[in-house]
Design a binder for this molecule. Structure first.
Ligand SMILES: Cc1cc2nc3c(=O)[nH]c(=O)nc-3n(C[C@H](O)[C@H](O)[C@H](O)COP(=O)(O)O)c2cc1C
Length: 176
């Protein structure tokens, strides 16, 4: 098991996966990491929809995204053919819903890294979940009534690695 700092330092976005499915234990470990994330006032209003990569609903979502974005020949689907996608939804009425979901998705991404897996945080289907088919997708993915898509995580075994991103601490940090 990596330390939290090791997992943070090693994590980077994975955009190439093998076909191998995750084990039940791996899936449970990742989802539990999401459930363990802090939420504002401990309201715990983040819902996790666990979807296998071959679920036709993901293709419907992919098609809707492409229609809305005018993409005719996508090079890959939005989750890069990962074997698992986890959709996070939150209560529309909760001011902190997006932030809570963001914290949970990073917890899960770091858990995946700790398990030696790759993951990708996915925002690009936001429009597809806010368009004309919004209600249809919210129901189809089993979001609780009145909750909306916030963010998703693709997870699988890395077929190709990527070095973690660099950053400009001089520009982005000040110390008083
Ligand atoms: C809120 C959010 C949404 C993102 N949405 C996408 C996405 O839709 N597709 C994608 O390929 N990467 C997406 N990413 C991944 C970022 O592009 C990636 O984290 C960034 O380029 C830094 O690279 P790294 O994750 O390898 O450090 C998203 C990341 C975040 C935090």
């Amino acid at each position: 098991m990596a330390t939290a700092l090791e997992a943070i330092a090693k994590r980077s976005s994975t955009r190439s996966y093998t076909d191998e499915a995750l084990t039940e234990t791996e899936v449970k470990t990742i989802v539990t990491a999401g459930l363990m994330a802090p939420t504002a006032a401990n309201r715990q209003e983040v819902h996790f929809t666990v979807v296998k990569g071959d679920n036709p609903l993901l293709t419907e979502l992919e098609n809707e995204k492409n229609v809305l974005r005018g993409i005719t020949a996508p090079a890959h689907n939005f989750y890069y053919e990962a074997p698992l996608v986890i959709m996070l939804s939150a209560d529309k009425a909760n001011h902190w819903g997006s932030l809570d979901a963001g914290i949970a998705v990073e917890n899960m991404s770091l858990a995946a890294e700790d398990l030696g897996l790759g993951s990708l945080i996915i925002g690009c289907i936001y429009d597809a979940f806010r368009g004309d088919k919004r209600e249809y997708f919210e129901k189809a993915f089993g979001f609780p009534e009145g909750w909306q898509y916030e963010i998703a995580l693709a997870v699988g075994r890395k077929a190709a690695g990527k070095v973690p991103h660099t950053y400009d601490a001089e520009k982005l940090v000040n110390y008083l």
